[in-house]
Design a protein around this ligand. Structure first.
Ligand SMILES: CC(C)(COP(=O)(O)OP(=O)(O)OC[C@H]1O[C@@H](n2cnc3c(N)ncnc32)[C@H](O)[C@@H]1OP(=O)(O)O)[C@@H](O)C(=O)NCCC(=O)NCCS
Length: 196
């Protein structure tokens, strides 16, 4: 039987919880100061700072997607000071693309961090927590991380977590300038009771 992802996850240094529209005032300055850091690598509809009301609507859509089982975007908060520091995502998918959780046989993980907190292992810690969660969902055979070959900090996250590079695909969809890029697919086969 399939389980729903929880609405709160604790790691040693972070709390993960779904976005809410009320996070917009905290998120806006983070997006504003991270534009150059995020824009080359993550979709514009996530990275672009927009007026507060529009950002609240975006976060409300993320919250609706979470509640409907379409995409599980978690905001990351540091346990030391409670500050918003980034996002970690679990996207249900099949071989062809993203699908609702009920139809998924795998999950894709995503993440971004405020540049103020990179270099501390927080993205690896958050992604590791989502791998553990994926193992409990039922019906999920593997976790994937898709990142550009050129995105060295991102590709090191699946490497640290023991993922294997299973594919490299030409992809034009990630970049607003439609410049062709190479997209790597990193895969970790889900732990099963038999394999543990
Ligand atoms: C991708 C991204 C989240 C990676 O951030 P990061 O800080 O390099 O990743 P982590 O938080 O896992 O930290 C790893 C770094 O912390 C260091 N580190 C320190 N303590 C650590 C710990 N306890 N555990 C693991 N790593 C630790 C590691 O050595 C590593 O540094 P290095 O790459 O210089 O060796 C960040 O670069 C980012 O937000 N990029 C823009 C958005 C993006 O590209 N998203 C992914 C799209 S596919």
């Amino acid at each position: 039987m399939q389980r729903e992802p929880p609405s709160s996850i604790l790691t040693p240094r972070m709390r993960l919880r779904p976005w809410a529209a009320s996070d917009a005032p905290a998120l806006l300055p983070v997006l504003e100061r991270n534009w150059a850091h995020l824009a080359p690598w993550i979709p514009a509809h996530v990275a672009t700072p927009v007026p507060l009301a529009e950002l609240a609507e975006r976060l409300s859509t993320f919250a609706d997607d979470f509640a409907a089982g379409r995409a599980f975007r978690y905001a990351l908060f540091g346990l030391d000071d409670g500050r918003l520091i980034g996002e970690a995502d679990l996207f249900p998918r099949d071989a062809a693309g993203r699908v609702p959780l009920a139809k998924a046989d795998r999950v894709e993980l995503g993440y971004w961090l405020d540049c103020k907190v990179t270099g501390r292992g927080l993205a690896t810690e958050a992604a590791g927590a989502l791998v553990e969660l994926a193992n409990t969902l039922g019906g999920v055979t593997c976790a994937e991380i898709r990142c550009e070959t050129a995105n060295k900090p991102s590709r090191r996250v699946p490497m640290r977590l023991g993922f294997a590079l299973t594919d490299t695909l030409p992809d034009v969809s990630l970049r607003s300038d439609a410049r062709p890029v190479l997209l790597e697919v990193w895969t970790l086969i889900a732990a099963t009771p038999d394999s543990e």
